[in-house]
Design a protein around this ligand. Structure first.
Ligand SMILES: [Zn+2]
Ligand SMILES: [Zn+2]
Length: 268
C-alpha cells in the first residue's frame, strides 16, 4: 500500500479524467490513500466533500500563500473548520516568495494564523516553502509549530535545510521534482532524511514526475516518485511503500480513523 500525501484532486481537469477514474488508476498502482489539500476557503468545502464521498480520500483546510483574492481566514474560523473529523490537517500554508514576494507581509500574517489554528485544534500543518526558507523556519519556531508538527510538502531544498525542518519536528515530503535531472541537492536530502520522517506526494495536477513530465499529474504517478526514492535509499518498492504509509498515518492519525460513511457536506 502506498499513500499520496499531497494532491489537489479537485484541481485536476475533469474533462480529462473523472475523480472515479483517478482513484481507480491510483488503486491499480496500490495507491490506497490520498490527502486532498485545500488552497482557499472557497475550495475547502469541495475538498471536504471529496473526503466525505470517498473512503480513501482525506482532506485539509487552509489558504495557500499565493492566494490573493477570496476571504482572508481568521484563527477562530480556521480552527472551527479544522475541528471537523474529516479534516486531518491545517494547510496548505507557508511562504512563497518565488511568486508572491510583494505579498510577503500578508503571507507571513496568514501563515501565523494557520499555525495558531493548528495548535488550537491539535492537528498537523501542511507547509509550502518556496524561496523563503529562513522566514518559514523562523515563523514555525516563533509560533511553536513543533507542538503540532506537520510536513514540509514538495520539498525542493538541500539536506542542511531539511535538517533544520527536521529539528522543528517536521516530516519531509518529496514530489516528482526529485526525479528531475537538475535535482541532485534534493536527491541528497531524500537519501538522508530519517526513515520515520519520510513521505512522498504528487502535488497533482502539478509537477508530473519523469517519465510523465509535461502531462497533467495524477495520484497514480506517486508510484514513480516512491520507486525513485526507494532506489535512492537502497530499499525495495515494497519496503518504501510500507515505510511512507506508516509515516503518513502516524503523522495524520485522523486519516487512519476516518469516518468512512460520513455524511456529504452541503453543496457550496
Ligand atoms: Zn504547495
Ligand atoms: Zn499543493
Amino acid at each position: 500500500m502506498l499513500v499520496d500525501s499531497h494532491c489537489h484532486l479537485d484541481l485536476i481537469d475533469p474533462d480529462l479524467t473523472s475523480i472515479e477514474t483517478l482513484l481507480e488508476d491510483a488503486a491499480a498502482q496500490d495507491v490506497r490513500h490520498l490527502l486532498c489539500v485545500s488552497v482557499s476557503l472557497d475550495n475547502a468545502p469541495v475538498v471536504r466533500a471529496l473526503a466525505a464521498r470517498h473512503a480513501q480520500v482525506s482532506a485539509s483546510v487552509g489558504v495557500h500563500p499565493n492566494q490573493t483574492d477570496g476571504v482572508e481566514p481568521t484563527v477562530p474560523q480556521l480552527a472551527a473548520l479544522a475541528q471537523d473529523p474529516l479534516i486531518v490537517a491545517v494547510g496548505e500554508t507557508g511562504l512563497d516568495y518565488h511568486y508572491g514576494a510583494e505579498h510577503a507581509d500578508l503571507q507571513q500574517a496568514r501563515f501565523r494564523t494557520h499555525i495558531r489554528a493548528a495548535r488550537e485544534v491539535g492537528k498537523p500543518l501542511i507547509v509550502h516553502m518556496r524561496s523563503a526558507t529562513d522566514d518559514t523556519l523562523r515563523i514555525l519556531a516563533e509560533e511553536r509549530a513543533t507542538d503540532v508538527g506537520g510536513v514540509m510538502h514538495c520539498f525542493t531544498e538541500d539536506w542542511p535545510t531539511a535538517r533544520r525542518a527536521l529539528e522543528l519536528g517536521f516530516h519531509i515530503s518529496f514530489s516528482g521534482i526529485v526525479t528531475f535531472k537538475s535535482a541532485e541537492p534534493i536527491r541528497d536530502a531524500a537519501r538522508q532524511v530519517p526513515a520515520e520522517r519520510l513521505l512522498v506526494e504528487t502535488d497533482a495536477p502539478y509537477l508530473a514526475p519523469v517519465p510523465f513530465r509535461g502531462q497533467q499529474n495524477r495520484p497514480a504517478f506517486v508510484r514513480q516518485v516512491a520507486d525513485f526514492v526507494a532506489d535512492l535509499r537502497g530499499l525495495s518498492p515494497a519496503e518504501l511503500d510500507a515505510l511512507v504509509s506508516r509515516n503518513f498515518f502516524a503523522l495524520f492519525p485522523h486519516a487512519a480513523s476516518k469516518p468512512i460513511s460520513a455524511p456529504a457536506a452541503q453543496p457550496a
